[in-house]
Design a protein. Structure first.
Length: 390
């Protein structure tokens, strides 16, 4: 059997490097800054890229190579590059592909740091961004300009858990000859593969569900080999690459990704159903709840609903802050995708610098709470949320 005949979980566990002379069962760490050559010709050929071999760990290492290979297999991608963090992946990917005068069309609801790149930094280099309303997909094409080069989106979105039709984005990108980039962090390749729907590149913050235990930072971009080569050359020079140690941790974590996501999603669904019935909650957003406005799209492109639940608590800003103060078991943290359940109140924390109007434009109400549902006994999580909501 070849690896194409194996299932997702088998490939995550068995897709590994060749063993060293010690015949180890678990992949070893390669904590070395550089690699040696047999002779002058070997060194010349390696630097001329006539040989596919490791030279310097800033851009190539057995541990990072294994991590990249696994994600490429999971996403159905031709190639990839691994980064020190999710934002290093976002920045380096865009910086490698954009020139001064280019234009980005992006979903209005994106991670706060990505938004800051678009509005605070890229304009300094002559790169502008137009946002489209994710609840009005019919307006996307009107945002496209003659100099538009990239169509960018997250799905599910952070933090309001809206779902964007990836097939629609793929069709628009093809029609207008745009590079479609999808941030797939919330879904992971186990739940969703954007390349199947027309994306050219997929970005992940591996810090989240890929690691799954809040231990290390990491990021990765995978997709078409021609585009990845440009990202590789930019990153080889600028040095935002993933460390071998973190790559080793993340690669081992991928072996349990599927089984962890199954439980994350099961727990999240129960939490969402509980919240939907609570008298102090106005509304709940979870992709696999039938009440979700994009439920049909989520069913089409996702295997399960993910581990993030968003809900609007009655009472607005102060009620949201009071809710956090009452939490006992769950963690208050800006991270997500951990074994531990984490709650955040975006209006008073991660998105507090935005105006009320700016927050509402991306579905962040004053009472919105984001829950990253972990792997604890789900009834314990629900009990903590219930006492905090009372």
């Amino acid at each position: 059997m070849n690896e194409q005949e194996f299932g997702f979980e088998t490939n995550a566990i068995r897709n590994q490097l060749e063993r060293t002379q010690y015949l180890e069962h678990s992949v070893p760490l390669f904590l070395t800054s550089s690699f040696v050559f047999e002779d002058a010709e070997d060194m010349r050929a390696s630097f001329a890229e006539e040989k596919d071999r490791n030279i310097y760990s800033r851009y190539s290492n057995p541990n990072t190579n294994e991590f990249i290979d696994k994600i490429c297999q999971m996403e159905g991608a031709e190639s990839g590059f691994a980064f020190a963090s999710g934002m290093a992946a976002v920045y380096s990917t865009l910086a490698a592909l954009l020139n001064s005068g280019d234009h980005i069309v992006s979903a209005g609801s994106v991670f706060g740091a990505t938004h800051s790149l678009f509005v605070n930094y890229f304009p300094k280099w002559g790169i502008e961004t137009t946002y489209f309303d994710i609840n009005k997909p019919e307006t996307i094409e009107s945002c496209i300009q003659p100099n538009t080069k990239i169509l960018f989106a997250e799905s599910p979105t952070n933090p309001a858990i809206d779902i964007i039709d990836l097939e629609l984005l793929g069709a628009i990108a093809k029609k207008h000859n745009l590079i479609l980039i999808i941030d797939n962090c919330f879904a992971t390749p186990y739940l969703q593969q954007p390349l199947k729907w027309g994306a050219h590149l997929v970005i992940h913050s591996a810090t989240k569900l890929m690691d799954g235990q809040g231990r290390v930072l990491g990021g990765i971009t995978v997709g078409e080999a021609e585009l990845i080569q440009k990202i590789y050359l930019f990153s080889r020079l600028t040095g935002p690459s993933l460390s071998p140690f973190n790559a080793w941790v993340l690669s081992k974590s991928l072996e349990t990704l599927a089984i962890r996501l199954d439980r994350h999603c099961e727990n999240a669904m129960k939490v969402a159903e509980f919240l939907e019935q609570h008298p102090n909650v106005n509304k709940v957003k979870y992709p696999f709840l039938k009440s979700h406005p994009q439920y049909a799209i989520a069913q089409k492109q996702m295997k399960l609903g993910g581990n993030i639940v968003a809900f609007e608590i009655k009472g607005g800003l102060e009620a949201g802050r009071a809710f956090l103060d009452k939490i006992k078991l769950c963690s208050l943290s800006p991270n997500l995708g951990d074994t531990r359940t984490i709650v955040t109140h975006p209006a008073s924390t991660t998105h507090s610098k935005l105006s009320v109007e700016e927050r509402l434009a991306v579905s962040i109400t004053d009472g919105l709470v984001r829950v990253s549902v972990g792997l604890e006994t789900v009834n314990d999580v629900i009990a903590d949320l219930e006492q905090a909501l009372s």
